[in-house]
Design a protein around this ligand. Structure first.
Ligand code: HEC
Length: 240
């Protein structure tokens, strides 16, 4: 009896060894044809999906995920209810047979198989997938349902506000200049007036002090304005 059990165990071990040496489902023979046809249009370098499925190495490193994503119906993505309204052009759902093959492959440890069984790798361009369109119109705000007032408030004003604030900053510089000029010419107080007075009294130190103070005030307000703009309009930094 014990001998028989031993024989059975030995037989099972040998058979499982044979099965492991000759995996039924391999990437080259069974999985590549499926993923090349139904996944690779997104799953290639530069495609919309986060990793390529054009090589065994990348498919293997995502094997468990592939098993889960196809079983749950997450991949390949198709928003319409399955089986309703017939098949659509470009619809790439997996057949039950294909789903089963993928599960077997994942369970078998994602074996590679013979490279010579591999179908030729499809090629993809980064260009328009359906040929160049005649016209490309980009009005995302309207497409997303914004009204005219919304466009003014949420698009036009925010997009021009940084430029307006930048112009205000420069105009503030001019304004300082005019204030000083007015003080130099015809005021009875202020830094400009002090400089004119010092000129008459030949007090060079006071003149230089006045000039430095004017420069510092200009510099400080300019930097403050700049920092304020940067804080107020962070999106303006994106395009710079
Ligand atoms: C229409 C384009 C498209 C097709 C076709 C497609 N995928 Fe994806 N796939 C994506 C995108 C985009 C993501 C990233 C989704 C995300 O991160 O939310 C993704 C993510 C995945 C993930 C990771 C899912 C996770 O758990 O994060 C797996 C695995 C996957 N795809 C496998 C497949 C397989 C297998 C096929 C073919 C049967 C396939 N995909 C077909 C676009 C596609």
């Amino acid at each position: 009896m014990i001998f028989r059990v031993f024989l059975a165990v030995a037989f099972a071990t040998v058979m499982s060894g044979v099965a492991a040496a000759e995996p039924a489902v391999t990437f080259s023979k069974d999985i590549a044809p499926i993923v090349f046809a139904k996944c690779a249009m997104c799953h290639h370098a530069g495609g919309s999906a986060p990793f390529s499925l054009l090589t065994y190495a990348t498919a293997r490193s995502h094997a468990t995920q592939i098993g889960e994503a196809t079983r749950s119906g997450l991949m390949p993505p198709w928003k319409a209810e399955a089986g309703v309204g017939g098949d659509f052009i470009g619809q790439q759902h997996l057949t039950d047979q294909e789903l089963a093959v993928i599960q077997q492959w994942v369970q078998a440890g994602a074996p590679e198989g013979e490279p010579r069984d591999l179908p030729s790798t499809p090629r993809f361009t980064d260009d328009w997938q359906l040929g160049r369109p005649d016209l490309v119109v980009t009005t995302p705000a309207y497409t997303l349902g914004a009204g005219d007032r919304g466009i003014v408030r949420r698009v036009l004003l925010p997009s021009s506000a940084p430029e307006i604030a930048e112009t205000l900053r420069m105009v503030l510089g001019w304004a300082w200049t005019y204030v000083i000029v007015a003080e130099l010419i015809g005021a009875s107080s202020g830094i400009g007036h002090m400089i004119t007075d010092s000129q008459a009294l030949l007090a060079t130190d006071q003149i230089i002090f006045g000039i430095i103070v004017i420069g510092l005030i200009g510099l400080v307000t300019d930097f403050a304005f700049k920092a304020f703009n940067r804080k107020l309009f962070p999106w303006a930094q994106l395009g710079r």
